[in-house]
Design a protein around this ligand. Sequence first.
Ligand code: PMP
Length: 455
Amino acid sequence: MSTIPAPSAVDALHGPPLPVLGADVRVPLITGDEVSYGALDYAASAPVLSSVWDDVSAYMPYYGSVHRGAGHLSQLSTDLFERSRRTVGEFLGCRGDDEVVFTRSTTDSLNLLAAALPAGTQVYVFETEHHAALLPWPPERLTVMRAPGSAYEAVEIVAETLACHDPQRPGLVCVTGASNVTGEIWPVGSITEVAHTAGVRVALDAAQLVPHRRVDVAGLGVDYVAFSGHKMYAPFGAGVLAGRADWLRTAAPYLAGGGASRRVVHGDGALSVEWQQGAARHEAGSPNVVGVHALASACRALTAAGFDALAAREEALLERTLAGLAGIEQVRVLSLLGGSAPRVGVISFVVDGWNSAHLAAALSAEYGIGVRDGMFCAHPLVRGLLGNAPDHSDECGAPEPLAPGARQVNAVRASFGAGTPVEHLDRLVAAVAALARDGSRWTYRTEAGRCVPVR
Ligand code: PMP
């Protein structure tokens, strides 16, 4: 007898998913049928919340230039832009003197922070970070910490590493809030305490945390936080870097141009520029008011839904899906911090005898499920989780079946959130079980590095 409750039990206990656009989109299967799209790639980009879309649509007739126009709509748009900044600051629980800078994405935010580091700053990152948090830092001032095997060990490694930090130099630990590969939540509060004891600041890569859990900058004590709108149900290309004003205020503008400059004078054959002091210093050019409005709208929607309720529903979905996958002998779910580590709605796994590119292609073509396969822009982490040598070549696209027990080179990731119906995850588990048991019903080949069904 199955111990997994009926799908309706999740909704009865935790309410239905939040309304998102695309929930009723149907996609063709290679077999000729059509099914509703099983959107399980939230960790890459989540669907847009209906309320965000409504807010954006309501604003569009009033769209105007920000910061420079004298007209009514320009003033309205400027006001909206600056109110959005306050909304985001409140959403994040920022300190009163923190800056909230609008960027394009988490990657952009962390590159901005890297460009704003005071001279001589030593940066500390785990090798397990997403490339956006691993790569922006000057290599000669970067210490890469080894992968921990538990949350406790993560804190210990930071403590050991920072014991050698020169207190005369500025320092920064950049750490993820939740892994985009395993979904595991990192012990950010404890890491921050240890870092601050060593006089080192902390930047939180909250790209995967912000859509799922309340991030409280002041409560956690982190100095900076970076995230993207498109992972929190607000596409349109806006991101955020929020945190301590001092480094940002003294750094060279991230982008030089209009908006970042207060006064420009040409005299004696040279330009002299007085730059802005606040967030505008790093926001040169016409800002993305639509993206920022959408992002602030998502902050309001998630707050109104309540993170406790969202997390409880997501945990019910996680438990159900992990229990389903645990019942399939060939499946191994990837975990870095150990089985008891809390997770957000991200599950990466491999299936013995299956190349993950092939599995993901079959999930899409035969079951209408959209997952992701590969190494998820976290190559050192995924190689480590798959037990591979650091220098092995990546062979992600190969559709050939693997021999049982053969080395895996990539993984499948299913990720979900506030808009996910139970059925999508149940369909995933049933599909993986059927594929593992019976194989795919179609033939696949590699085309331009992707595994695709032969038509
Ligand atoms: N950090 C993490 C943990 C992520 O998952 C991602 C996106 N996959 C990023 C950073 C980069 O986000 P973006 O692509 O929006 O810059």
